[in-house]
Design a protein around this ligand. Structure first.
Ligand SMILES: Nc1ncnc2c1ncn2[C@@H]1O[C@H](COP(=O)(O)OP(=O)(O)OP(=O)(O)O)[C@@H](O)[C@H]1O
Length: 442
């Protein structure tokens, strides 16, 4: 694909505050065409500079308009490019444009037809081309210099690691902070995949004891989060200070993190996404940033991961909070609780996968409840801990329904947990949906 600019043919999506805007943009991308989302009142000069092959207006007629004057910029129609309106009231526009009254299940096919046929774009935006483009850009930015990356084992930083390793090899150093609140064998798996199999330089910081000491006696959820986030930054700083000649810090920033939301801009954001961020790294670190996923949606990041050779199961894994099991152990964190929870969680996920339910749920995990309940073991009363199972189905994580798992599956998971883990006497299933309950328990 040498010499081919995969951004040359591009679509502009103008957002009038519809919740479908990102879905539409993702459809343009999956049809193989680069696109960007901009607010409906973007200035004319920016549109001209962007030089789109076509423009899509995205509005939701069932919600109130964002302001009294929701007009696209006048210059839009001087461009002489095809325009598709989805949900935007075009009666006020004189131009000839393709119209769909509202987003529905036919929209994806319409969008694909619009970009490939009406706008005549070529399908250049493919995982292989995106990888080649990203590698070329990273090489041009970094040259012979060195890059540092915080590798969490999560999807984003893992894909960044694989991409940078391919682009600049040994010039990349990763720091992986193992806070002892990871899933069963996860720390070893991260090392095996990146350090042993791929030959990436990874420094593993075994910080379990340090975290346990700092978290001792702390049961307030916010306080726990702060300690976990702050300690991560301290450890990362300590490791970075030991390394010499690093000029860049790589980050797994993705496109939804950088889209300027019109709802926010016009003060109408009705949903605030909750983040389980470990806090991120402070902005005053003296590094230039390398952000090779900045243009990509999460589904594109996953496809890139597969293209780069990361295992499918890892790349399509459910999201995991930054503070790890720290927010799934209610109240004070102790090693005993974390070990117990890791085992319970592992059994749950193993059975979900075996039953074909892992892909049908968006997030599933076990929660440690620091309450002792009675059970009978060898005719003796035994007081042991309670574990809750949580599984949800969701499209966007803003709202979620508890997953209606088959009773047989729940039964199997519950009896395995009680049988295999000595410290657990009771398993319950969380049947709360979001809202009002959140997905995580803390
Ligand atoms: N335990 C860790 N060790 C090293 N780096 C980490 C760790 N946890 C987080 N980071 C770094 O901080 C970034 C932001 O963390 P956050 O928990 O918000 O994850 P994220 O945005 O979901 O990304 P990822 O999918 O890579 O975990 C990560 O992408 C990673 O670079």
């Amino acid at each position: 694909m040498a010499g081919q600019d995969i951004h040359a043919q591009r679509i502009m999506v103008l957002d009038f505050g519809s919740e479908y805007t990102q879905l539409i943009a993702r459809k343009v991308r999956s049809a193989g065409v680069y696109c960007e989302i901009h607010p409906f009142d973007v200035d004319g000069a920016s549109i001209k500079a962007f030089n789109p092959c076509g423009v899509i207006l995205s509005d939701d007629p069932t919600t109130e308009p964002l302001t009294t004057n929701v007009q696209p910029p006048a210059c839009l129609f001087d461009l002489q490019v095809p325009v598709l309106s989805i949900g935007y009231d075009v009666s006020q526009l004189a131009q000839k444009i393709k119209i769909q009254a509202a987003y529905d299940k036919t929209t994806p096919a319409l969008v694909e037809q619009f970009v490939l046929q009406d706008c005549g774009c070529e399908a250049l935006w493919t995982p292989a081309n995106i990888v080649a483009d990203a590698i070329a850009k990273v090489r041009a930015q970094v040259g012979e210099r060195k890059v540092l990356l915080g590798l969490s084992g999560g999807v984003d930083s893992s894909v960044v690691a694989a991409l940078l390793h391919r682009a600049i090899g040994d010039q990349l150093t990763c720091v992986f902070v193992d806070h002892g609140l990871l899933r069963l064998h996860e720390g070893d798996q991260v090392m095996q995949m990146f350090a042993e199999n791929m030959g990436v330089k990874v420094i593993r910081v075994d910080a379990e004891q340090r975290y346990l000491d700092l978290l001792k006696g702390v049961s307030d959820p916010e306080e726990k989060r702060k300690i976990i986030g702050r300690t991560f930054i301290e450890l990362f700083d300590e490791e970075a200070a030991k390394l010499e000649g690093i000029d860049f810090l790589a980050q797994g920033t993705i496109y939804p993190d950088v889209i300027e939301s019109v709802a926010m801009k016009h003060g109408k954001a009705h949903t605030i996404k909750s983040h389980h961020n470990v806090g991120g790294l402070p902005e005053d670190m003296k590094f230039e940033l390398v952000e090779p996923l900045r243009e990509l949606f999460k589904d594109e990041v996953r496809r890139l991961g597969v293209e780069l050779g990361l295992p499918h199961d890892m790349v399509y894994r459910h999201p995991f909070p930054g503070p790890g099991l720290g927010v799934r152990i209610l109240g004070e964190i102790k090693k005993e609780y974390a070990d117990l929870l890791r085992q319970a969680d592992h059994i749950f996920i193993e059975e979900l996968r075996a039953a074909g339910w892992y892909e049908k749920t968006s997030q599933a995990f076990a929660v440690f409840i620091p309450v002792k309940s009675v059970g009978m073991v060898n005719d003796q009363r035994r007081y042991a801990w309670v574990v809750s199972l949580r599984a949800v189905e969701t499209i966007d994580f803003m709202t979620a329904r508890w997953a209606h798992l088959p009773y047989e599956l729940l039964e199997k998971v519950s009896s395995r947990i009680i049988k295999e883990i000595e410290g657990v006497s009771r398993v319950v299933y969380d049947v709360s949906s979001k809202p009002p309950a959140t997905i995580e328990w803390e």
